[in-house]
Design a protein around this ligand. Structure first.
Ligand code: HEM
Length: 408
């Protein structure tokens, strides 16, 4: 196959169920230029190097700026200013200023303080399926769990879930490259609606602060001191709500699917639930919820014998790096005993996922409970439909037959 066409193949919905052979072909050329001018980086060492390279920007509007002939700036000027963009797509110094405000409140204490509540939530969600012999792991479990958790963290009423589920599904597809701009326009509109909703929510919290993260940010004095504007706080809450939505669902679903495909591992986990953190780590490497991230170059960058020019779109194929045989021994084997399992599934460097400890905790508690409580779980069929979007990858539904859901 023409190497310049491989990324277009990855984006096709028909290849969603198994993109890994395409990644193996991509790795034959660590940095490959695609027919549309995008540079795709698919090998571990090169991805790592570019994740840490300050000449690589997360702000694709800098790419737009270079196309329209204006100077590619290293500061945060946004030619197409979108008021609900937030720090994940900014570069320093704005990125670091805003990130530190969340990190100061998204503390280990706050996350681990929720552990027994999340454990109880996992139990309650599975209790709802007690009378059933068939479960949809997505709708009945993997979706409601992280959504309820992020709502609690942000102090958002769960009753409004239907509204923001719809918006967040639209926004999630904009993680893919979108030459027509259609997804980006729809995503901008959805972010704006979600932003309006969260703006109202923040106003209410101002009047009646709670124990949630947003109230804590407002109480920290960062707003008054001008370290964050109200608009930036709203945009940040949109990102946290989406981040808490779309990814952990895929972690739990991809994990259960993997365990059903490798029943010997499911049995091992059932017998020794303390292995769950290792399983989470390996599921993240093996079936990453976020398959790739897009970037823009701020300068010519020479890497692996190729010069990536300034101002071009770049794709860091995280999921391919996770399967690079030059870094991982026997990478296509699911092996929770793997040592030094340093994958890219939470990114790396400046943009390393803020929600990683929370997602790991949810994944661990979910896998423990699923392994212990589902009696003889088996896939109804292993032909799955995947949700729209190549970057945030996960099945739409995962139907599982069970003999019973036993009591916790
Ligand atoms: C299994 C679940 C998750 C996965 C696989 C995941 C993956 C990622 C990845 C790959 C990045 C790096 C993006 C980049 O470099 O461009 C990232 C960043 C981020 N994640 Fe997550 N994430 C998960 C859960 C969460 C949760 C639960 C939250 C929020 C509560 C969250 C919030 C964020 C934020 C705010 C960033 C941006 C950090 C920055 O730019 O400084 N994530 N995540």
């Amino acid at each position: 196959m023409n190497n310049g066409n491989l990324f277009a193949q990855v984006l096709k919905q028909e290849n969603r169920h198994n993109p890994y052979p395409l990644y193996a072909q991509l790795r034959e050329t660590p940095v490959s230029i695609q027919d549309d001018g995008t540079y795709v980086v698919s090998t571990y060492a090169e991805i790592r190097s570019l994740l840490f390279d300050p000449r690589v920007s997360s702000d694709e509007e800098k790419n737009l700026a270079s196309k329209s002939g204006s100077e590619v700036s290293s500061s945060n000027e946004h030619p197409n200013q979108d008021e609900f963009r937030s720090f994940p797509v900014y570069d320093p110094p704005d990125h670091d200023r805003l990130r530190s405000i969340v990190v100061n409140q998204f503390t280990a204490e706050r996350i681990y303080g929720l552990r027994s509540w999340v454990e109880e939530l996992v139990k309650d969600e599975l209790d709802k399926s007690r009378e059933r012999d068939q479960i949809d792991i997505v709708d009945d479990f993997a979706y409601p769990l992280p959504v309820t958790v992020i709502c609690k963290i942000l102090g958002i009423p769960f009753e409004d879930e239907e509204f923001f589920h719809e918006k967040s599904t639209v926004i999630a597809t904009s993680a893919d490259p979108d030459p027509s701009g259609q997804n980006k326009r729809r995503s901008k509109e959805a972010r704006s609606q979600l932003g309006d909703y969260l703006h109202q929510h923040i106003k209410k919290l101002r009047q009646h602060p709670g124990k949630d993260l947003l109230s804590a940010i407002m109480a920290s004095g960062d707003l008054e001191a001008g370290r964050i504007s109200e608009q930036e706080l709203v945009a940040m809450s949109v990102i946290l709500l989406i981040g808490g939505h779309e990814t952990t669902v895929n972690l739990i679903t991809n994990g259960m699917l993997t365990l059903l495909r490798y029943p010997e591992h499911l049995e091992r986990l059932r017998q020794d639930p303390d292995l769950a953190p290792r399983f989470v780590q390996e599921v993240l490497r093996f079936e990453p919820p976020v398959q790739f991230r897009t970037r823009t170059t701020l300068a010519d960058i020479e890497i692996a014998g190729t010069v990536i020019p300034k101002g071009v779109p770049l794709v860091l194929m995280l999921a391919s790096g996770n399967r690079d045989p030059l870094h991982f021994n026997d990478p296509d084997r699911f092996d929770p005993d793997r040592q030094n399992n340093q994958h890219f599934s939470f990114g790396g460097s400046l943009h390393l996922c803020i929600g990683a400890p929370l997602a790991r905790m949810e994944g661990e508690l979910a896998f423990r409970a699923l392994a212990q409580r589902l009696q003889s779980p088996r896939l109804i069929e292993d032909v799955l439909q995947y949700r729209q979007g190549a970057s945030l990858r996960g099945p739409k539904h995962l139907l599982v037959k069970v003999d019973a859901v036993i009591d916790a």
